[in-house]
Ligand binder design. Sequence first.
Ligand SMILES: Cc1cc2nc3c(=O)[nH]c(=O)nc-3n(C[C@H](O)[C@H](O)[C@H](O)COP(=O)(O)OP(=O)(O)OC[C@H]3O[C@@H](n4cnc5c(N)ncnc54)[C@H](O)[C@@H]3O)c2cc1C
Length: 872
Amino acid sequence: MEENQSWRLSYFPKPLQDTELLSDLKEGAVYFCGRDFALRPALVMRAGRVPFAWDAPRFARLFMFCMEYFLRYMAVPGRVENVVVIIDLQDISYRHMAIPALMELKEVFTHQNAGRVFCFYVCNMPFLVRALVNVVEAAMTERARQKIRFLSDVSQLREDFALNQLERDLGGCREDPFQLALPDPGKSSCMEFADTARDFLRQHGLEHLLDQTGHVRAKAFAESPEQVDLSPEEVSLHSWKAGLAMESIAIQPCLPPGRPVPGSSRQRIAARGVASPPSSAVAASNSRSLGLAVGFAAGLRGLRIVAKRRASRLAWRGRKGHGRLAGVQLQATAAATEATESEADVVVIGSGLAGLTCAGVLAAAGKSVTVLESHYVPGGAAHTFRARAKGIKGDFCFDSGPSLYGGLSGERTSSPLKHVYQILGEEPEWITYDRWNAFIPEGEANAAIGYEEFVSKLLPRFGGPDAPQQWERLMNRIIPMADAICNGPPPSFVREDLGVAATLARYLTKLKSIPGGPQKLSEPFSQFLEDAKVTDPFIKNWMDMFAFLLQGLPSYGAPTSMMAYMMGDMYKKNTCLDFPKGGNEALVGALVRGLEKHGGQVLLKKHVEEVLVEGGRAAGVRLKDGHVIRAPTVVSNADWQVTKSLIKEGSAPELEDYLKTTWKEYKLLKSFIHLHLGFRGDGLPSGHCEEFPAQWGVFNSWSDLEAPRNAVLVSCPSMLDPDLAPPGHHVVHAYTPATEPWEDWADLDEGSSEYKKKKQEARDFLYSAVAKQVPDLEDRVVLELVGTPRTHRRFLRKPSGTYGLRVQAPEMLPGHKTPLEGFHMCGDSTAPGIGVPAVVMSGHICANNIMSVPEHWQILDKIKDWTTELEI
Ligand SMILES: Cc1cc2nc3c(=O)[nH]c(=O)nc-3n(C[C@H](O)[C@H](O)[C@H](O)COP(=O)(O)OP(=O)(O)OC[C@H]3O[C@@H](n4cnc5c(N)ncnc54)[C@H](O)[C@@H]3O)c2cc1C
């Protein structure tokens, strides 16, 4: 006690007033965000907000002031109470100050505040730190792991905090500029505020947010919106309402000095059945945990992974925090509202595969590129999200979109995505596998991809008497076409200006003639089948299914070029399917790494609200939070309707007209229902095998593949990569491929019983498709998330939850240039359309248009020889 007191006197030589620290607190580098679900005060430390001008002691003093404040006003006298600390390491690699400050904090924590921190949450770790953490975490004791939680995703904070307590870039919905709060010591006790909270909820018809003992269920708001299936507006509203109540508890001191309350917060929590470890154990591991966190940060600094720092990025990060202190409401200051500006050569709106491709290729050509993404994860339709099941340690990693990939693992391949990885010098590790399963109206068609099993197993069983001859005829006709496409010039040479003569000239020797002439490429594949005299119902249905899976339309709508390209890959000798180790997160992650390696950046949760037009050309973008990024070139990877909404009326009349009229002629494809399950894998094969292929499709009827609730696709990627689920468990994603009518869901209130009923029906339908291959499914499931077209619309930013435009060959989508100078478009609203290879092509072509021919030439130098003999 005496030692502590003398430390206080030396550390704070004169009495500190909160008003003295006001301006420092306003930076938002350290603040209390409320209490966690177990009512422990939560202190947030944001390294990226520590101004350069601060020295380490200034930062540490602020932090320690908050700790002292906690002890004085927020803890119950006579009890050992703890805080939780959220350490946000975003930007720490280049903010030197944070490291000495953390070191100083470690000293103080070790000697003066041992036992005061229940747990550290370390989040937003830069890539290399994350890699180190994986190694070190394995060596940590269970206790240490409880004390210091390295979060792979900030959304994990939602497990312990209400959304309204966390700022948006920490996974919550708290608006920036935030309201910084220090509890007011003059207010009444936590218990009284809890009563107020209960009254508030009851008055507002929110009783369901109280648990059986009448406590506010903070956890209800900590669940991910995916799980509760609320719109962001609803989440904000709910958490605001309940947050008001929660905050009343959260930001008030448990006790005005000297006033007794019945029991400490830990006792109250224990009474609710929330476990809390003995304080001695907490004390023992407290300093060690911070040491680990500091060690990582310091290690990172040594590695200097981000050596290059742009002024624009600094400007971006240098936002101001704002606050309310000790009952004094500070208005959002001028600095808060005044929009900061930064610059880039190119701004890309959206981090879908097309946007990331475009950005990566441009960065590799030496441009400074910033990608802005609304969502909290990159990847668009290919994003991954994580969820946890009660009582099970570890994340279930769910892919939201694509799961079928080919042509990526081999070195000599014509895959546009592979070429982009070669340009960027980054690539995921590939898992190869051989088969998928199809439950078709005739029976179960489980066969390896490629020619052999199709001919030896499927044709004799399902085909007519001359099916083998028809199949051979088809393949004999398709292979020369596939050869001309796959071994001809790579699509990356394409640019939509005269420079294309130069980039094509590079590949003149590779040009091959297309059997029947180039016009055959854009014809519907049904025409090709007719020309090849393919009449066998099974082969025709199988081809319809193949086309449908690739682009959402059967053979009558699929272009022959796409089918020839895919069949060349799928039916050649020694072919295989590819899956990225780590799921789509790894596929997207490699693109992000490649972009960053070349000096670009992806900023998440940065919703673009307007494309700026000045002097008759694109001049940058304005974000929802008011920030402006100036750039002479702007690319939109967003859906065309979303893009349209970003152009302020009257600012670019020609572009408005172009957006209004060009896409009007296409219909929209339908939407999706999704089911994501986590289930126990006991008794099932341990990995992908003939008895249990990792992917399967269910097709109830061939008569109309586009009909609602006819087809379901199922992917169980943890059969290929067990790390995608906790040990002994699997993840599954089942969905209807663009066959769910939006109109059936458009007008439903998501809180209504009708919506819930429809959702249950959707769930049951998808369940039965998964159960075709997973025995005793109901008993195995530990986690279940159902997505409707409304969910799809929300998370994939697709109006009406659509898959995209329904482009029926020989129709073609528009290209990538627009009438507004400096404004370009890429992604599935532009040619060639939907699907991973297609959108990657579109992103590449869009980038080519922006580069000079010499820059383009240098990019093409990086693509390795892709040609290979196509044998069946
Ligand atoms: C369920 C499903 C399964 C699929 N399966 C396959 C498959 O197996 N094989 C295959 O090849 N293809 C598949 N696809 C298709 C493929 O995934 C998509 O065509 C492709 O990923 C679309 O990429 P994109 O870049 O065009 O656009 P998107 O992925 O839609 O990306 C657009 C991005 O822009 C962002 N954005 C929008 N507006 C703004 C704004 N104002 N500010 C900032 N950001 C904004 C969005 O949040 C989004 O991240 C599947 C798709 C789905 C949905």
